[in-house]
Design a protein around this ligand. Structure first.
Ligand SMILES: [Zn+2]
Ligand SMILES: [Zn+2]
Length: 244
């Protein structure tokens, strides 16, 4: 290999492994980290009381209201953070163009993966339509899933497609979101058949997206399904419009 290529590769490898400043506050870093210790400590880690199914933060032990009304479609979902404060801002920045943040985010996801999901046989990502992906330039969930696969050695399976665009989900309840999403996703059968799979996404809001993706994987005869997201919305009040 030419010397210049070797040097370029070495610089890139060094940049990949290190940050010079904290991704949250911009403070100078000296250790091998991407978020400084004070910011790390202040992040809303979702490590307290969570719903055993959807993994959302809840006030007291038990199954959350959402899951009681409507199962989430995977055996267990977990998220690294509660969707608030710096964690929510980190995810929003990552989705709005600051693509490089995937490494910072994955640093926080790997320990939770190791603790909860190390037995899975494949990692899949919530897909976007081709058009939406072109508009953004990347699919944030796939970027996370591929990096998680690279770091853990579990294969990333590129088997999911989103075939039609859905209108904004912002003001819809979980049931309406599911109606909105049903039939949007398709999974290839051969690579997923009988396998334990982990679905990766950025945020769990109502859980409707994860449920719809899980349904597509079930139609393709996948085995047990699990989900891991960066953040999840705390289960405080019903989402969107009240369900009748
Ligand atoms: Zn910081
Ligand atoms: Zn729940």
């Amino acid at each position: 290999m030419e010397l210049i290529t070797r040097l370029k590769n070495a610089v890139k490898a060094y940049d990949d492994a290190h940050n010079f400043t904290c991704d949250l506050c911009g403070r100078e870093l000296f250790a091998n980290e991407r978020i400084c210790a004070p910011c790390r400590k202040a992040l809303p880690w979702n490590d307290g009381c969570v719903c055993p199914f959807c993994g959302r933060k809840i006030k007291e032990e038990g199954v959350c209201v959402e899951c009681k009304a409507h199962p989430i479609g995977v055996k267990k979902a977990r998220s690294v953070f509660v969707h608030e404060g710096d964690a929510a801002r980190l995810v929003v920045r990552f989705k709005r163009g600051e693509k490089y943040l995937y490494r910072t985010i994955i640093d926080t996801m790997v320990p939770l993966f190791a603790a909860e999901f190390s037995f899975v046989e494949g990692i899949v990502a919530v897909p976007m339509t081709e058009k939406a992906q072109k508009r953004r330039g990347y699919n944030q969930a796939q970027l996370l899933a591929e990096e998680l696969a690279a770091r853990t050695g579990v294969p990333f399976l590129d088997v999911l497609r989103k075939e039609k665009e859905t209108p904004s989900q912002k003001f819809l309840s979980r049931r309406d979101r599911e109606k909105n999403l049903s039939g949007c996703f398709r999974a290839e059968r051969a690579p997923v058949k009988g396998k334990k799979l982990l679905i990766v996404d950025d945020t769990l809001t109502t859980g409707a997206t994860i449920s719809a993706v899980a349904a597509a994987l079930q139609r393709a005869k996948a085995g047990e399904l699990y989900a891991l997201t960066v953040t999840s919305v705390e289960n405080k009040t019903p989402f969107g419009a009240p369900e009748e």
